[in-house]
Design a protein around this ligand. Structure first.
Ligand code: NAD
Length: 467
């Protein structure tokens, strides 16, 4: 038994949700297509489990360390399944599993700090921290395991229980993860539910849920915030990004080209904080385009299980269609593909790694989030113009500045309107740092101690002076 969640109510036929291997376009697995009418039972059990789980921080920490070990022990099976359903190269799936175990250990070692406050009046107040209750974790398909762990590790460490819903495109590895963790955690502390919409919408709106932690697109994030408003549940939203990389005029183009390429194309560009636009000084623009295009033309694209593959397919057919639409529109508007620009012949959801030049700055491939193996490279004349363009979208997740002079780069990075700005690299995060977007990129803070406190509420005890 995977988890104690029933697949369906008694008397109902269990529906199935099929899962496609994006490298072939063929169905290769299935999971229960659970209906929202199971949620009352699931969340009721989660609430009862919470009453025990919240009581003993030392037992929680021990269970989370055991969970990390269980994830590592199942690493090969988890990684293969993840690559089959998500498409990424097997080495990247292994890295995702390793980061999941690391995250469990990191949060197992964190505890909130009780603080005593005296403000000059007689007596004192003590600020303690309490868990919230059952937490809903809703996750997209680009990093199904790692993003799930980014939600359940802090939520569980804080003393909450979790109901986890993966994307219908990538439910298999998450189901397996649920059964692996069931061996280390008490019953119903973590429950995986799988199914089509409106399962996520009804989970977000359920009155038994006290915090909805969501990662996904901006429109769905808005719908989740609205759904969680009725029961007044807390929301943490990690939404889209359209990160700019701004290259300064002293940059060593050949020296940074590999790093910049992979910052844009890792996981086939399906990374919330991938480089999604490059701004290069007009004088260096052609060299930057060619350095990136050369890598795009020669990188090995193929099925993620093939050991030579560096770039896999796009995860799913609707996303592939979106990427293709954005590229076609840019080409119709006058852009030129210095590499790629099309779907290759053959099966699977592949798109040729694409570097675009001569792109109109208002083309949707620049202003929207492409979330695929496509990178527009735009020239700029003044640094003010570059910073204004970098800040000129609705998103504010990350950004980077690339230069031979890190101090100069940092001064420019300071002007970026985003949650994280990097110098001479991009998208590297420590477990210990806060992770938060601004503008349409999100609400709330994940990561580090901030992620723990995001799953807790302050509880204040006030004592007057003894008389
Ligand atoms: P999505 O918004 O379509 O779906 C995300 C999840 O929400 C899935 O599990 C989906 O089934 C569920 N869902 C769909 N409709 C729902 C509803 N009405 N109520 C509740 N849940 C619902 O996103 P996606 O296409 O799976 O993922 C890609 C997006 O995720 C991109 O925009 C990307 O930038 C973003 N993302 C953000 C971060 C971040 O940390 N900021 C990280 C990774 C991905």
């Amino acid at each position: 038994m995977l988890t104690s969640a029933p697949d369906h109510l008694p008397g109902r036929r269990a529906a199935r949700l099929t899962v496609v291997d994006p490298a072939t376009g063929e169905v290769f697995g299935e999971v229960p297509d659970q209906r929202p009418d199971i949620l009352d039972a699931v969340i009721g059990r989660s609430h009862r489990a919470w009453l025990g789980w919240r009581a003993d921080p030392a037992a929680r920490a021990a269970a989370l360390h055991a969970a990390a070990g269980a994830v590592e022990a199942a690493g090969d099976d988890l990684a293969r399944l993840l690559t089959r359903e998500q498409g990424k190269p097997l080495a990247e799936s292994h890295a995702e599993i390793a980061r999941t175990a690391a995250r469990l250990r990191y949060f197992a070692g964190l505890a909130p700090r009780t603080r005593r406050i005296s403000d000059g009046r007689p007596g004192h107040s003590e600020v303690r921290w309490r868990p919230l209750g059952p937490v809903a974790a809703i996750v997209p398909w680009n990093f199904p395991i790692q993003l799930a762990a980014a939600k359940f590790a802090p939520a569980l460490a804080a003393g909450n229980t979790v109901v986890l819903k993966p994307s219908p495109f990538t439910p298999l590895a998450t189901r397996l993860l649920g059964s692996v963790l069931a061996g280390a955690l008490p019953e119903d502390v973590l429950t995986v539910v799988t199914g089509r919409e409106p399962l996520g919408a009804r989970l977000a709106a359920h009155p038994g849920i006290r915090h909805v932690t969501f990662t996904g697109s901006v429109p769905t994030g808005r719908a989740v915030a609205e759904a969680a408003a009725a029961p007044l549940a807390r929301v943490t939203l990690e939404l889209g990004g359209n990160d700019a990389a701004v290259l300064l005029d002293d940059v060593d183009v050949d020296g940074i080209a590999d790093r910049l390429f992979w910052a844009a194309f890792r996981n086939c560009g399906q990374v919330c904080m991938a480089v999604k636009r490059v701004y290069a000084p007009a004088r260096l623009h052609a060299r930057v385009v060619e350095a990136l295009a050369e890598r795009a033309r020669t990188v090995t694209v193929g099925p993620g299980l093939d050991p030579d593959t560096r770039l896999g397919p796009v995860n799913n057919a609707p996303q592939l269609a979106r990427v293709e639409r954005l590229v076609r529109r840019a080409l119709a508007d006058g852009a030129r593909a210095a590499a790629g620009g099309h779907r290759p012949a053959g099966p699977g959801h592949f798109f040729a790694p694409t570097v675009l030049t001569d792109v109109p700055p208002d083309s949707p491939v620049v202003t929207e989030e492409q979330f695929g193996p496509v990178l527009p490279v735009l020239p700029y004349r003044s640094l003010d113009e570059a910073v204004e363009a970098a800040n000129g979208t609705a998103f504010g997740l990350g950004g980077s500045v690339w230069s031979g002079d890190p101090d100069r780069a940092e001064a420019v990075a300071d002007r970026l309107e985003c949650g994280t700005a990097w110098i001479n690299h991009h998208a590297e995060l420590s477990l210990a740092q806060p992770f938060a977007g601004t503008k349409d990129s999100g609400v709330g803070v994940a990561g580090g101690p901030w992620g723990l406190y995001g799953n807790l509420r302050p509880f204040v005890v006030h004592r007057p002076r003894e008389v």
